[in-house]
Design a protein around this ligand. Structure first.
Ligand code: FAD
Length: 311
């Protein structure tokens, strides 16, 4: 049970909600609740909030929840909502600065408008800059960390630090501390070095990439993008389709008939358990039939619902 010092907490400007539903904060629109949800007013407020928390209180940052499955039993501890529609973008000394709460498509358009090339791939990644940093989000040959000059992180004790890519181990959809341990601290900002580009060409490229997505992805139905990483030299979608799993459903969750590496929640009635069971089923069938073990790309957090307490 979290205890905060009332006097210190009173000085905070953010919003703290107890027993808060997280489904509205995830793109799957499914899953449980957070013991506490904090929406910081800004990064100094967030730092002050972290200083009020006991050292043992678990803290989970959530951007736009576009790569996250929250189990039905919810998250113990405090979830920090990092997305901020008022977050800042700027050009500083030839680098593009973005607060972590900026939506990645907004960064792509800002970079294009300011004569930067190669940021276009971020236009179709519907998360925050913080989420893109944590996941090393990428597509169409581009990856977030290729362009990172430095980041600002907020550590659990409420202090800030500046880090560079050399401070991390960066891989395909994976970023850890240098020693391979999970990330410590929250990303609060990043400075990107994009090569020069032509604004009109970049805008046209964004349009083209978005059209490709609209044509191939089930964007009208709640989903979390690609569920599985692509195994070396192959595509998860191809393997899943080859096993006849397109359209396969468990409860309210379905392997998208449109894109086999997407699991959708078409009627918004899937529980997180439905989605997780379907993920497990797809892995089992693909392993049995192809010998390839698919690894989930989505992050699964929280506790299962207590037995007999399905949503
Ligand atoms: C339709 C669709 C298409 C997609 N296409 C792509 C694609 O092409 N390429 C791709 O890579 N991904 C894709 N994704 C997945 C997802 O959008 C990306 O992984 C995105 O970067 C996640 O950002 P988010 O803010 O939503 O992260 P969340 O889902 O909120 O969080 C993801 C992880 O990052 C951590 N995190 C979030 N914010 C911070 C922070 N500030 N500091 C530290 N950790 C943090 C969370 O704790 C969690 O572990 C797609 C998703 C959808 C729904």
């Amino acid at each position: 049970m979290m205890m905060v010092e009332p006097a210190r907490f009173a000085a905070l400007r953010g919003k703290l909600e107890r027993d808060a539903p997280l489904a509205p904060h995830t793109s799957w629109r499914a899953g449980g609740r957070a013991d506490r949800l904090y929406v910081p007013a800004d990064r100094d407020d967030l730092a002050a909030f972290l200083r009020t928390l006991p050292a043992g209180e678990p803290v989970l940052p959530l951007g736009l929840g576009s790569n996250t499955l929250v189990r039905d039993g919810g998250v113990r501890g405090t979830v920090i909502l990092m997305h901020d529609s008022g977050a800042m973008l700027a050009v500083q000394d030839g680098l593009v600065y973005a607060d972590a709460g900026v939506a990645s498509p907004k960064l792509a358009r800002f970079a294009a408008m300011h004569g930067c090339g190669e940021a276009e791939f971020l236009a179709g990644v519907p998360g925050t800059v913080g989420g893109a940093l944590a996941m090393n989000a990428g597509c169409y040959g581009g990856e977030t960390w290729t362009y990172v000059a430095r980041v600002q992180v907020l550590l659990r004790d409420g202090t800030f630090a500046i880090r560079t890519p050399a401070d991390y181990r960066i891989g395909y959809r994976s970023v850890t501390e240098r020693d391979g341990s999970p990330l410590r601290g929250l990303f609060t900002a990043a400075w990107f070095r994009f090569p020069p580009g032509d604004p009109a060409t970049a805008r046209a490229r964004i349009k083209e990439l978005l059209a490709q997505r609209i044509a191939s992805q089930p964007l009208q139905e709640p989903n979390a993008g690609s569920v599985f990483r692509n195994p070396p030299g192959d595509h998860a979608a191809r393997l899943i389709e080859s096993c006849g799993l397109k359209g396969h459903a468990i409860g309210g969750a379905q392997v998208s008939p449109r894109h086999a590496n997407f699991i959708v929640n078409p009627q918004r009635r899937a529980s997180a358990a439905d989605i997780e069971e379907l993920i497990a089923h797809v892995r089992t069938v693909v392993l049995e039939r192809t010998g390839i073990e698919l690894e989930p790309e989505v992050r699964i957090v929280g506790e299962p619902a207590p037995a007999g307490e399905q949503r």
